[in-house]
Ligand binder design. Structure first.
Ligand code: AMP
Length: 292
């Protein structure tokens, strides 16, 4: 009988000092480093980023840090799903060489007072309903990019506004790491994978499909010649309403600037955030894409 493949667990480091030492060895050996920042509770979406980083670099590091700075006071910081043991095994299978899992005090020691704010791109969409969220994201990602000095860092298009914010901060702050945006990984029925899907009851899981189905409905309208934002948005809103899902926003935006559009073209990005019960989910797609 063939034996199961043996996969080495990635090295786990928890302090900046340990991390710098490990990275120095890689650099000395001439390796290109790829970084995948995450908050853990890893799923196939995260693993696709790790595999992508492996295609772009010789050594892959994953950070697992549930960043307190990007959660509002009433959000799910304390109950955010955590599974370090499972995450390490998945990272190993996806080809990661190292996992950095710091304590909050390692990232935000006593006296910490420097923040990064990407001004325009952080306004609106998720920035409107989660004040301070992108300031927290931008601050921690800047720290991670500085700390790792990676050649490439891979982020998901699932968090489309976040991706644009990160591209902007890297450019504005002259951080040389190349930022790569990778496609959304979905469940077979179309639901965008998310660590927060673990919060959904089976009924909510079924109703959560309305996000991707709404986007698909808007795309069908677009393919039929509709370019006005309101009918396209309404197609999504109707689908959410019929599933009892409360929209946070449904917006049609320029994919580069995230500014509102007067008329949709194939690159127009349809972005959705909605509450399924108390769980806030995101989805997005460009209207010209195939299946959302
Ligand atoms: P998170 O752990 O939710 O902070 O996500 C870490 C990274 O994984 C971010 O760059 C996300 O955009 C990305 N990501 C999360 N879900 C998916 C998905 N379904 N497909 C692709 N990337 C994803």
């Amino acid at each position: 009988m063939p034996s199961a493949p043996v996969t080495a667990l990635p090295r786990l480091v928890r302090t900046q000092a340990e991390l710098r030492a490990a990275l120095a060895v890689w650099r000395h050996e001439g390796h290109r480093i790829g970084l995948v920042p995450t908050m853990g509770a890893l799923h196939e979406g995260h693993l696709s980023l790790i595999r992508r980083a492996g295609e772009e670099a010789d050594r892959v590091a994953v950070s697992i840090f549930v960043n307190p700075l990007q959660f509002g006071p009433k959000e799910d910081l304390s109950r955010y799903p955590r599974d370090l043991e499972g995450d390490l095994a998945k990272c190993g299978l996806a080809g990661a060489d190292l996992v950095f899992q710091p304590e909050p005090a390692e990232i935000y020691p006593e006296g910490f007072q420097t923040h990064v704010e990407v001004e325009r791109l952080s306004q609106g969409l998720c920035g409107a309903s989660r004040p301070g969220h992108f300031r927290g994201v931008a601050t921690v990602v800047t720290k991670l990019l500085c700390l790792f000095g990676a050649e490439v860092a891979v982020f998901g298009q699932k968090d489309f506004q976040q991706l644009r914010v990160i591209e902007r901060l890297a450019q504005d702050l002259s951080i040389p790491t190349r930022i790569v945006g990778a496609p959304i990984v979905r469940e077979p029925d179309g639901l965008a994978m998310s660590s927060r899907n673990a919060y959904l009851s089976s009924d909510e899981r079924r109703r959560a499909l309305s996000l991707s189905q709404g986007i698909a409905a808007a795309r069908t309208l677009f393919q039929g010649g509709e370019t006005r934002p309101d009918p396209l948005r309404t197609a999504v809103l109707d689908r959410l309403a019929s599933s009892g899902v409360r929209p946070d926003y449904v917006e049609l935006r320029d994919p580069a600037t995230l500014e509102p559009l007067a008329a949709a073209g194939p690159d127009a990005r349809l972005l959705v955030a909605a509450f399924v019960g108390t769980t806030r989910l995101l989805d997005n797609a460009s209207l010209g894409e195939g299946r959302p």
